[in-house]
Ligand binder design. Structure first.
Ligand code: IMP
Length: 404
């Protein structure tokens, strides 16, 4: 079936937004399958910059249907702001929210304030997924029916009296009142999106599964406990979009030409001082290494091929997409971690390269960049299917195989 997935191969912020943007115009349906407003995709279209949190990048294209899948946790108030902000600039097209997606509620955000020892994005993501696992969550489908909602809210307030009282929710009636307006707003968008996606695939339509976060933030296979609460890896697609493995014709891993992470946790190739500042940028550009969601400066470091190889193993990537090669332009030397001796990275030193503008194809790349891409391919055993050399929509080269 003609489904392809774009997944972060590092700690998120690999440039997935730009890659999905390059592919979305050839897709019929684009589905986000995990996470929520913790994600942040920055997409540059001409002189316009779009920042998306819940919405798939397809909302910036005419044609594809956009889906917020059942594996997501969605803050309906933030979604409304995001959607209305976008509507003021363009028509986002058809958008559906899965009735199985969970609602991020005020007590989730309250309980996520400060980010804790993980350094979360503070968007209530962890508490919302915890309530889901404790069977105390509220799903978008529950918002459709008064009686169903009363039942679920009763359970929530009985199960978490302190937490809900903290945001002024002491009775089902309290919550009902708070939810009234937002329920009316989201109601027309809620449906069984799994059935919609499966039907689209059955008709031979192209479905793009848009990953959020990255492999190393996966709750099960990332750098636990410094992880998010969902599964940004390939496994998350099946449960998060409601499809079988047959939906996936190809899975593509997005690899930034260097590494970054926000929040706490291990990062063996991390740089500090002037070297880090060079990679991070000053924050004056939208694409500098500052969190799209929180504005926090990202921790940055050299590319770690042992880490990327792990991501390839976990996700079974059919191809890689290497982004932000231009950020390394102008360095005399580029280091790549090819192995570790205990905690210490072992680096291969590569020649640097100059400006990468107006290339047109892989063959036009400077020799040093070709060597860099070959090293990635050799270390991972996965081909580089696409690469990107600037934040601009047009500077993405190569293609993916839809199978149809
Ligand atoms: P949470 O997802 O807000 O619970 O945060 C858990 C960890 O994942 C923190 O280290 C966050 O900084 C990180 N994180 C969550 N979403 C993203 C993302 O989209 N990009 C990069 N890091 C993220």
């Amino acid at each position: 079936m003609p489904g392809i997935a774009v997944i972060g191969a590092q700690w998120g912020d690999e440039g997935k937004g730009k890659v999905v943007d390059a592919l979305a115009s050839t897709a019929d349906v684009v589905v986000r399958f995990s996470g929520g407003a913790n994600a942040g995709h920055t997409v540059v279209v001409g002189d316009q910059v779009f920042k998306l949190h819940h919405l798939p990048v397809s909302t910036l294209h005419d044609g594809p249907t956009s889906i917020l899948g059942g594996g997501m946790v969605i803050d309906p108030w933030t979604l409304r702001d995001e959607l209305e902000g976008l509507r003021a600039r363009r028509d986002p097209g058809e958008i559906w929210i899965s009735s199985d997606a969970h609602v991020v509620l005020p007590h989730h955000k309250k309980n996520d304030e400060g980010g804790g020892f993980v350094g979360t994005t503070g968007r209530g993501i962890g508490p919302a997924y915890s309530d889901k696992a404790r069977r105390l969550g509220v799903r978008f489908g529950d918002l459709l029916d008064d009686d169903a909602l009363r039942l679920v809210l009763g359970r929530l307030i009985a199960g978490k009296p302190n937490s809900t009282a903290n945001v002024g929710w002491r009775s089902v009636d309290d919550v009902f009142a708070t939810l009234e307006e937002i329920r009316a707003y989201v109601r027309p968008m809620v449906r069984d999106t799994g059935a919609l996606v499966r039907a689209a695939l059955g008709r031979g339509q192209r479905v793009l599964f848009e990953g959020g976060q990255g492999t190393m933030l996966d709750l099960a296979y990332g750098t636990y406990p410094f992880v998010t609460s969902s599964h940004p890896t390939v496994g998350g697609i099946l449960v998060g979009a409601g499809v079988s493995h047959k939906a996936l014709h190809g899975v593509y891993g997005v690899v930034k030409a260097f590494s970054s992470r926000v929040g706490h946790g291990p990062f063996p190739t991390e740089l500090s001082g002037a070297e880090a500042e060079r990679l991070r940028g000053t924050g004056s550009n939208q694409w500098d290494e500052f969190g799209t969601t929180t504005g926090r400066p990202r921790r940055v470091g050299w590319l770690d091929l042992t880490q990327v190889r792990y991501a390839c193993d976990i996700n079974g990537f059919d191809g890689l997409v290497v982004t932000k090669l231009d950020v390394l332009s102008g360095l005399d030397e580029v280091l790549v971690c090819v192995d570790h001796a205990g905690d210490r990275p072992i680096y291969e030193r590569m020649r640097g390269w100059g400006a990468l503008e107006g290339l047109g194809s892989r063959d036009a790349l400077p020799k040093a960049v070709l060597e860099y891409l070959s090293l990635i391919e050799e270390a991972t055993g996965v081909r580089v299917a696409m690469f990107s050399t600037s934040p601009d929509r047009d500077d993405t080269y190569g293609s993916v195989d839809w199978g149809a």
